[in-house]
Structures are given as C-alpha cells and as structure tokens.
Design a protein around this ligand. Structure first.
Ligand code: ZN
Length: 1049
C-alpha cells in the first residue's frame, strides 16, 4: 500500500452563533492511521517532531472536555505533568469558551516548561467515533476522549498508566466497568489521589466547583442592557457611529467616572478631541477598567462635566455635591471588544456584613484592593476563615442580570498587613508575576554555566579567536552606584596614534551569548521583561550566575562584551567612523560615582585597585585614569550641548537612593548628589543607544526595535501654561526646544520651587516613551521628543531589560548581514516584534505605576506649595518629601477653613469661591485667599485602610510657610531620609515589642533581609519601592529617559 490511507466521514457540530442561536454545521472529516502520539515512550514509529511528553512521570492524564473547559487553571499548575490534551477538548474550548480561554490553552501547549501535548485524536482512525443517533454532544465528546485515552494506553504498550479525568459521573461508572486499562476518575478524586499535597490546586478546585454550582441558579431580571454582537460593533466603528477605546476608571470617583480615550485617526468623529466621559455604572454597562470597549456618544443635551471637586481617597460610597466643569463629550458602552481582566487582590467584608449577606445566598461581595475594580461576587463557605486575609480572585463573567461581576478564589496570599503579603499584593496588583521556584525552574538553573572556587568559568577558545580583543589595548572602566552588582556597561576613551583622533568606546555585557534565543532562560527572561527592584530585594530578570557574575562586567576579570567604538576628530569631536562588534574586555577599574567625581575634582582619594601599588607606578596609573575621565567629561559635554541645541528637555526627577548595609538592611535614604559624572555616563549611554538604533534601523527598516517618545498633546500643557501665567511667566510649548528654553527662563529668584514645580507639571503633560517596531510606524514618528534624537533604542542594559536583549540580537544580525550578506537565522517578523514591543511596554508602564503613590507614615508638619486649585480645596506639593496630595478647604459638614490672625486654621461656617489661579474662603472672620504657588503649612498623616493601600492625608495647619524658604538650605530629599529612618526605627521597636517573650522564628526572607512583619513597614516599603526603582533603573521608569539623572533642586 502506498501513502497514508484517509477515510472520509462526516462530523456534525452544534455551535453557538454570536446572537446566541444554535447552528448545526456539517463538516467532512478525514481519519488516517498515522497520527503522531507526542510521547517519548512511543512504541510505534510516530513522527514526533516538536514537544513530546516526558517518559519520566508516574502516569499520563487525559482530561475530558468539561475539565479542560472549566478547570484549565488547575491543569496550568506546573507540577502537573504528562497531560494529553485531546483535539476534541481543544476544539470544544475554542467553540464554547471564547478566545481568551483558547489562547491560554494554546500558550500552555506551546510553553516548553509545561509537560503537555495536543493529540489529534479525531484524525486517528482507531480513536474517532461518529456520533450515535440521539446521543448528546457532551456524551459523544466524552466517549471520544475516552477512546483516545484507551488508544494512547495501547499505543504505548501499557508502559505508562493512563488516567482520564471527567466531571461526568455516569461516564466514570460506565467506563470504569470496561476494564480497558485506563482509569476513569473525577477531577477531585484525581487531585486527592495523585496530588494530595498540592493544597493550592485543591483550594482552586473547590472554589471553581462552587462557582459553577451557583451559576446554575441565576436570576433573570436585567440590570444592564445587552452588549451588541461583534459584527454590529465592527460595522458601527467602520461607519463612525461607534468609537473604540480603552476604558479608564477615575480612581478617585470609581463608581461614577470613567473615560474612554478616543484613539487618534481611528475614529471618523472629527468633532472629538478629548476623552469621552462615561458617567455612572449603567452607562458603563459592565465594562471593567482596562477593557477595550465600544461606545456610542450621547446627544449633547445629555453630556456631563468632569467633577472638579477633590474626593477622598476611598470616597466610593460618598455622596458628593455636584461641582462639574464644562460638559464634555459623554457616551455609553454598547459592547466590549476585549476583556482585559487580570488577577485581583481582594479583601472580605467585615464579619457582620458577611453574615447578613450570606443569609440570602452563598455569595459574598468582596472588595478589590484596586479602587477602580467593582466589588466581585464570589461563592465560598470560607468567608469567615478568610476574614483578615488577602485573596486572589479571578473574574468569570458579568451577566446583564447581575449588579456585580462573578468570580472565584484562586489563592490566599496571606494575612493583610504582613510584609510578605503586602509585597505580593503590590507585585500582583501591578501585574508583575514572579512565580515561586518550581521544579522545572530549578532544572533550568542547573543548565546554567558554573563559576565557583573549584570550577572556574573560562572563556571558550573559539570565542577568544573570533572576537576583537581589547584586553591589552584599551583602558576599560565602569562607573556605577556604590554596591552595584550587575555591571551592564563599561567605558573606554583613548587618543589614537598621531593625536588627530580620539576613540570613545562603550562596552556592554554580552548577555545574548549566554541567553540563546528560545532557550528556557530566554523564555523566563522574556516573561519577566525587566528586573524589579524593591528596596530590600530584587526580582531578577536573569539567574544570578549571569546577572551578578558572568555577564556582569566586573573589574579584573575577562568578560565578553558588545562594543561600539567611535573614532572622533580630536578637535571638533565629529564622528569619523563607527565600529560595532563582539569583543573581549577586562575592566581595570570598578568606580562608583562619588569616587569618580572626587578624582575629577582633584581631591586626594584612594582608588581601591591601586591601593597595593607604590610610588611612581601608582602615580602613572592614576594619571592615565584621570586623563581618561577628563577626556570623557569633555566628550560628554559636547554631546549634551548637541542635544540641547536640538531641544532636549531637563525635567523634574527625585534623587534619593536607599543605602543598604552588608546584610541588605536599609540604613538610610540618601540624596544623590548632583554630580557631573552622572550626566557624563548617561550621555555616553544615550549616544550608544542612538548609534545602535541607527545601525539596526538601516539594516532592518521594517523589523528593528526602536523607542520613541511622541510629542505631547498640546491641551495637556494647558495647566502648565496657566500656572506659569499666574506667576508672570510664559511657556512656549510649540516644540521641545521652545519648551526647554521657556522652562529655563521661568525662574523666580525668590523661590526656586516655582521652577521645580513647573518642570514637574511639564513632566506630567508628557506621554510615555514607547518601544515600537520600525515596520509598524511611519518614519516621521521615530522621533524621541524628550531626548531630541531622531533614532533611539535600548542597548545598554541587557542584564536588566529584555528589550536590550532583543536589540543585541538585532545588532548581531546587522553585523552578520554586512559581513556575509545573509543571515543564518530568520529575524523575528515585524508582527512578532510589535507584539513583543507591546508586552515590554506594558511591563514598563507597570513599573511606572508602581512609583506613583508615595506614602509616608510619620505624623508631621511640613511646608507645601499649591500647584492646582479645585472647587473644594487645592493640590499641594511637599518639597521636603517630594510627595503630592489634596488639601481640603471644606469638610463633610460643609464647614470651610478659616484663618485667624496668626495664620492658624480652623473649621467654620462659610463659603468657598474658586478662580483660575486662586481660591477664597469666606467666613465670619473675613476672606482668606490661597494663590497658586503660595506656601502653606500642612500636617501629613496616613489614613490606614482595610481593603486598599493606606493613603496620605494633608490637613491645612496655617496659611503661612512652615519655615521661611531658604534656597539650597538643604538638599532635596534629606528630610525624606530622616523620615524613613524614623519609620524604620518605629517599625523595629514595634516588632521588638511584638516578638518579646516568644522565641522569634524567622523565615528565610526575614533572615535574609531582616525585615520585621509589622503593618507600618508596608508603608515604608511602598515609599522605598518608589525610590529604589527611581535610583537603580532610572532609564526605565522616568518619563523622559536618562536626563532625569540630573539634579532636581
Ligand atoms: Zn507514537
């Protein structure tokens, strides 16, 4: 016989149409004898290319259609191995559960870290059975899955036990009686018998099972209007009747106010140049913050205004007097294109409430940590036990008959208020997934290169011969913050023979040599995308043997690098030639900023690398180093001046870093001195990033990963322009150059804070810089507004950022293309690259969000400056701590702030009057006016919250400055470090008190980081996470790239 035999049959499917109608589809169906089994134990000669199941497990498991549909989350546990997904289950999920669920299953099957395969059982002649007359679709599916399991067992000649799991009890008794060798059991029994210790899976099972049970008894009364079907939405968007955008809920008015950002030219509705307001829950129609929605504009007479009054942080249920701005375009949600649900951290309501709620039903309304997410209905019998816990909940559905969405518990995080719980909460709420170490991961760490005392890592001879060797020719050094372990970047500079040319070199860790594309390390790094720094710990993108050792360009050891070398005219500093390539380096000096600056200042300092040397030898080396530093400074000044001419912006940034002792305790937060050498290093990195961007874009005009910073929308500058005007300055925002110049001019000699505040407002008006693929964006949009460069990318931090890893690969490909005229491996397509760019953008946005809410824990009095006026108060900036907040002039009883002769404030009956640049309170004692930029005294306190993050409260103490403004009396951030020290001290005291009398049992983390578990440390942590993020990864988290390294006062 020749070729595979194909037998034609018919397959009848019943699908749901988008309108909810049942549709009968008849498909021709071909079966054949040879279908790959995907197991390494295969006893036949299956063509198993791609992923295969490990033979090294105790059994294989075949989940039924219903199990894959409802309990996929359990199958996602990495502990579960040897899973055979049948084509029957796979297709059924596609038809019944929608794209999100289907994509998760696909991702699971693709992920090499999960031991599971897809078996095309319906094409296998001996597996497939046509549907019997009168047989229900579910029964038929289950029979097919069972047949597949039996086939599998026989195909492997009984070498491996096979278990089928199903939720169909009839099937269990029917198939169990057949004695085919395949065990048929329920999911619950499977978990109990095979995974008795995997508690998380048991909990998740119970939670999902309960939710499924509840769903059967739902009400029918409609609370919301139905969403329109997808094809109607699409047609509506095309015709301009509907608008598509991302729903963004106002955190301070979460119940009522949400906006949809209208997306540029995507809409035909030309009248629109602002966001669209979605007012109230009815019009929001079950859309959740972050969803991609479709809206319809309301008629003009129904438009509402933005609320201009300040609202309390948790002011959810609070009635507010309506103080609205001009009516703005308003709309209603008619459909949802894509849900953007994630895992949410929630808290259970207080016990009394639980009892009253659960009298009527099994459902409990839990409160998400994120204000923007509505309460979620979940079914659980553990409401009492979970009282003080933070729990992760996943949303399942939001029917039009239900006021709130329904979800189920996934996992308990821990007791609210405990440090570890709160850290996990912050990470989760920011979509940072740092999965705990699993077996699979430990395996992949074992494959890492080794560098130990007994077993020294050595360079491969093939690499030594193929790379340009700079070890003897170039004086290479690094300049980093004190105590930096992951040295991404090093520098060199020298005068070339003849003296007419200089050579500047930037040498970056050659991470891609160690992290091969598609390897497990690569996949893990890609899903992490960046290194996350919290004050006392970090979550690395790469394993430590790479990030802190073999990739790190440490002093005195041989390392692989990716180098960019520029030959510059020694006089004009114009670029003559540029060389890119792989090199060998050995860094001579591992300097820190303060040391490098002291050397430049001509101070007498000890360079550790030279401490063993004596006399002239030492002097010679020192002179050579100093000369290099001086030349570098001169080059960097020139480069900076070039960019300044182009309109580079210098914006407001916070400059503090956490100082850790040897045991990684936080000892203090120290202000970073504004040193020129910071700028020098940053400038060289910007230069390298710029030239690499040029190189890869030239080589790959349609698939290079670049980074751009779109110019801000002009109306975002209105606040800045108005505020500056109130102070007599005019700000020109027509270009970055004009903005930079006019900000430079807007200086009040009496009050340096004015300029700082204006720069802060300018920063806020900016959009974020974003990664993009050159094929996805017209060339005129490549421009980086903040840096004033026509091309930019990220090349210089491959240890900490995944984007840089991609760029390294592109650069290597570009060099190869130039040398050999072809590529050994195809590049990622534009589309793939664009998807990756999106992924990294999301991760980075998350990092930025993390640092938004600053909190402090000390009750204290401080000076504040008014920077925006609202209907019932103003927003103030506290320079001492670098935090912002709302100050109310009207309380809940309607009383307003009155000021006595000494400037002290108290509450009295009266009224408020708001003007563009000031707000007046009118009481029996007279009228008191608060102007933009005036200084007042406030008391700062922290409002604890049970369900959410603690929030900062500012209370007006006096309308006079707290202490007279003394320009440069103390460096910015100094007070903040004292504040944090104070909090650390109090936390330690509290924990001492708590621990006294009983033997402290420290967890591994606690021993490692010596952090106590008291609630107020949490606040400290948030504070510090912001600072540490800012300091250690400035390039990723500030709005406008590296120039925020510069001074802030
Ligand atoms: Zn086989």
């Amino acid at each position: 016989m020749e070729g595979p035999i194909m037998i034609k049959t018919e397959k009848v499917l019943h699908l749901n149409s988008s309108k909810g109608r049942k549709v009968r589809v008849v498909r021709e169906h071909y079966v054949r004898e040879q279908v790959p089994c995907g197991s390494s134990l295969c006893q036949a000669d299956c063509l198993n290319d791609g992923k295969v199941l490990s033979g090294d497990v105790t059994h294989y498991v075949v989940p039924d259609v219903g199990v894959v549909r409802d309990f996929l989350e359990i199958l996602e546990f990495r502990e579960l191995q040897g899973i055979v997904f049948t084509q029957t289950a796979y297709q059924s999920v596609q038809h019944t559960r929608g794209r999100r669920h289907y994509n998760r299953l696909r991702a699971l099957l693709k992920d090499p870290r999960h031991d599971c395969v897809l078996f095309a059982n319906e094409f296998q002649q001996y597996c497939y059975c046509p549907r019997d007359k009168g047989e229900s679709q579910d029964k038929w599916h289950t029979r097919n899955v069972y047949n597949a399991a039996v086939w599998y067992y026989n195909h492997l000649a009984g070498l491996q036990p096979v278990v089928m799991i199903t939720e169909d009890n009839d099937a269990i008794s029917e198939f169990s009686a057949l004695n085919s060798g395949v065990y048929v059991i329920s999911t619950r029994e499977y978990l109990l018998s095979f995974w008795p210790d995997l508690q998380a899976a048991h909990d998740l099972y119970n939670s999902i099972a309960q939710t499924l049970q509840e769903r059967e008894s739902e009400g029918v009364e409609k609370v919301y209007t139905e969403h329109l079907p997808a094809e109607v939405l699409e047609a509506g968007i095309k015709s301009g009747r509907y608008i598509q955008g991302i729903l963004s809920v106002n955190k301070h008015r979460a119940q009522n106010e949400a906006f949809v950002r209208y997306e540029g030219s995507a809409s035909k509705n030309t009248e629109l140049n602002s966001d669209v307001l979605i007012n109230g829950a009815k019009l929001r129609n079950r859309a959740v913050h972050g969803d991609m929605v479709v809206i319809e504009l309301l008629p003009r007479n129904e438009w509402k205004g933005r609320t201009m009054a300040l609202t309390e942080g948790q002011g959810e249920e609070q009635p507010l007097e309506e103080t609205q701005s001009q009516p703005m375009p308003s709309g209603r949600v008619v459909g949802i294109l894509q849900r953007n649900w994630r895992d949410y951290v929630v808290t259970f309501p207080p016990l009394e409430e639980v009892q009253s709620q659960s009298r009527n039903s099994q459902k409990i309304l839990v409160i998400p940590w994120d204000y923007r997410i509505p309460k979620i209905r979940i079914s659980t019998q553990q409401a009492e036990a979970l009282q003080d816990q933070r729990v992760i909940v996943r949303l399942d559905s939001w029917e039009s008959t239900s006021v709130y969405p329904s979800g189920h518990c996934v996992r308990v995080l821990g007791k609210a208020g405990e440090l570890e719980t709160e850290i996990q909460t912050i990470l989760l709420e920011n979509c940072i997934h740092v999965p705990p170490f699993s077996e699979a991961q430990m395996c992949y760490y074992k494959k890492m290169p080794v560098n130990t005392e007994e077993n020294r890592w050595q360079m491969a001879s093939s690499e030594v011969s193929s790379r340009r060797d700079l070890r003897d020719t170039h004086l290479v050094f690094s300049i980093d913050p004190k105590g930096c372990e992951d040295v991404d970047d090093t520098l060199s500079v020298r005068t070339l023979p003849g003296g007419k040319r200089l050579e500047l070199g930037v040498h970056i860790a050659d991470v891609t040599y160690f992290v091969r594309e598609g390897s497990l390390t690569d996949l893990e790094a890609r899903s992490r995308a960046t290194t996350y720094y919290l004050a006392d710990r970090r979550y690395d993108m790469l394993p430590a043997v790479l990030s802190a050792d073999l990739c790190s360009l440490l002093g005195g050891v041989d390392r692989y690098a990716m180098s960019v070398l520029w030959e510059l005219d020694a006089e004009t500093l114009d670029v003559c030639t540029v060389w890119y390539g792989r090199t060998l380096i050995r860094s001579s000096y591992q300097l820190h900023y303060e040391l490098a600056q002291s050397l430049l200042n001509g101070e007498e300092v000890e360079v550790p690398e030279l401490s063993q040397l004596k006399g002239s030898q030492r002097d010679q080396k020192l002179a050579k180093l100093l000369q290099a530093l001086e030349t570098l400074t001169r080059v960097a000044r020139h480069l900076r001046a070039q960019r300044d001419k182009g309109g580079a912006l210098e914006l407001e940034g916070v400059e503090v870093r956490a100082q850790l002792d040897e045991e990684k305790n936080i000892t203090a937060l120290v202000p970073k001195q504004p040193l020129e050498v910071h700028e020098t290093v940053a400038e060289c990195m910007i230069y390298a990033n710029h030239w690499v961007a040029r190189k890869i874009q030239e080589s790959f005009p349609h698939q290079a990963l670049l980074r751009h910073h779109p110019p801000p929308k002009q109306d975002f500058f209105n606040h800045l322009i108005d505020c500056a005007k109130a102070r007599g300055f005019s700000i020109d925002t027509r270009s970055n150059r004009a903005l930079a110049d006019s900000l430079e001019q807007a200086v009040d000699p009496q009050d340096p804070l004015v300029n700082r505040l204006l720069r802060m407002m300018a920063t806020q008006a900016m959009s974020n810089a974003l990664y993009f693929s050159t094929g996805a964006c017209p060339e005129e949009q490549y421009y980086h507004y903040g840096l004033a460069l026509d091309r930019y990318t990220h090349f210089t931090s491959p240890i900490r950022r995944y984007a840089d890893v991609l760029v390294h690969r592109l650069l290597i490909a570009a060099i190869q293309l130039e040398k050999e005229g072809s590529l050994s491996k195809p590049l990622a397509s534009n589309k793939e690259l664009e998807e990756l760019a999106q992924h990294i953008n999301n991760k980075n946005r998350v990092m930025k969000l993390q640092d938004k809410d600053s909190k402090t824990d000390e009750r204290c009095v401080a000076d504040a400056v008014i920077y925006a006026v609202r209907a019932n108060g103003f927003l103030a900036f506290i320079p001492q701590y670098g935090v912002k907040g709302a100050v109310y002039l009207k309380d809940r009883e309607g009383q307003v702030v009155s000021v006595d002769g000494d400037g002290r404030c108290e509450w009295k009956a009266g009224t408020l009057q708001r003007y563009p640049d000031r707000i007046s309170s009118c009481t029996s004692t007279g009228t008191h006016t608060f102007y933009l930029f005036s200084h007042v005294t406030v008391r700062i306190s922290v409002e604890p919250s049970r369900c959410h993050a603690d929030s900062l409260c500012l209370e007006l103490v006096s309308n006079k400055p707290h202490c007279p403004v003394q320009p440069e009396s103390q460096p910015a951030g100094r007070g903040r470090s004292e504040l944090v020290q104070e909090v650390v001290r109090r936390a330690e005291e509290a924990s001492l008190q708590a621990e006294r009398g009983r033997k402290p049992k420290l967890s591994r983390e606690e021993r490692q980081f010596r952090q106590s578990r008291t609630p107020n440390l949490y606040v400290l942590l948030q504070e510090i996470s912001e600072l540490a993020l800012l300091d250690l990864s400035v390039c990723q988290i500030t709005n406008t790239e590296e120039q925020t390294c510069t001074a802030s006062s």
